[in-house]
Design a protein around this ligand. Structure first.
Ligand SMILES: [Zn+2]
Length: 85
């Protein structure tokens, strides 16, 4: 493995840690509920971090552009018509 790959992995790990922190604070701000369906998060309905404006649509990878969604809402948002990617 070359050093560029190692640096790339470390960067990805840092972003993942950052997103975990954002998800936790979003869940807290939202009172432990999904921003979309308002269901309470549980072990069976764990929160995910969603970018309100998706990154692929030019959204910023910034805390202000995130919300906590349950995974069914996150899937529905990413794939509104049930299309295969
Ligand atoms: Zn939801």
């Amino acid at each position: 493995m070359n050093s560029v790959m190692i640096r790339g992995r470390m960067k990805a790990a840092r972003i993942a840690t950052l997103h975990q922190r954002w998800r936790k604070s979003r869940v807290k701000k939202q009172g432990g509920r999904c921003a979309r369906c308002r269901r309470s998060f549980t072990d069976r309905l764990p929160p995910t971090l969603d970018h309100i404006v998706p990154l692929r649509d030019g959204g910023a990878d910034h805390f202000e552009n995130t919300q906590a969604l349950c995974w069914p809402c996150h899937c529905a948002k990413d794939n509104p018509r049930g299309e295969q990617p």
